[in-house]
Write a protein that binds this ligand. Sequence first.
Ligand code: ZN
Length: 327
Amino acid sequence: MSQSNTTIPSGRKDIAWNYATLPDPKNPNNVCCPFCGKVTNGGIYRHKLHLVGGNRNVKECSKVPKHVKEEIKEFIKKKNSLKNQIDDIPHLDDIVDLEEDEDEEDLQTKRKGKRPISGSSGLGPTAQGKKSKQTGPIDLYFAKDVKEIVRQRRGKNKGQYDENKKKLREDAVQKFVTWMYDAGIPFNAVKYDSLQPCIDAIENFGVGMKPPSYHEVRVKYLKSSLTNTNLFLKSHEEDHAKYGCTIMADGWMDKKGRSLINFLVNGPKGTVFVESVDASSYSHTADKMYELLSRFVNRIGEKNVVQVVTDNASCNVKADNFINFKF
Ligand SMILES: [Zn+2]
């Protein structure tokens, strides 16, 4: 935390402490003004406002010497410009303005006491900084981490910062794959586009997110996912009615030797899988194929179907002829 040429106050480095006394050394919130004797109860931050004046919530000191007032004003200005060099993080002063009784040191004590967030939470505070352009109460807890990043971004510790990030990622990935191997999740699961939004959302949550419960996965979110899928399909169906669609049937054998036929519908928005029929119980006859296809055409809506595409199995070709004949 040592700073050479800059003046981010840490500990009791705030120069306003030179012009303050503590009636009770154990309570840094109550600060006594040595000039007029007024006790403010908002720590050094509020005391500074008392000395420099200009804040409607804090009574300005009537007896502070001019040079002291100037010195503290200058100090605050310098501190603010330091923070302004970093454009995408919440300014501590903005945050503090929301709760004027807060003192920077108090914030740190609170943060340490209530939420033991360390810089190595694995959820880079960068993201928190970036995402919280609006400052709310929660940002109080991130303010100090932001300062840490500032320092790291400013150059000499950049390498160290990247190094730390690399290690954090390695650790996270190691734990992720341990879970994958444990649960038997196929390797190609990581190629799904839905993974990154998932990681982003966890990062958004921040520290201490509990994994989804068995019940949530099995009931609550399964239901909501089904609803979403149905809505998605509905939008496709509307397009099929408007622009027409292609029906596709593709037969294949699964590992267990079952003969399956997948029915898909292709429209302007892409292809959707509609159903899969286990056709092992009846042989691939043209009659059966015809029955399945015509049932499917009826399901999608005969007037919406522009064409039917199947693979080249001979029974399909025959069935197609029937279909052409019927519709
Ligand atoms: Zn005073």
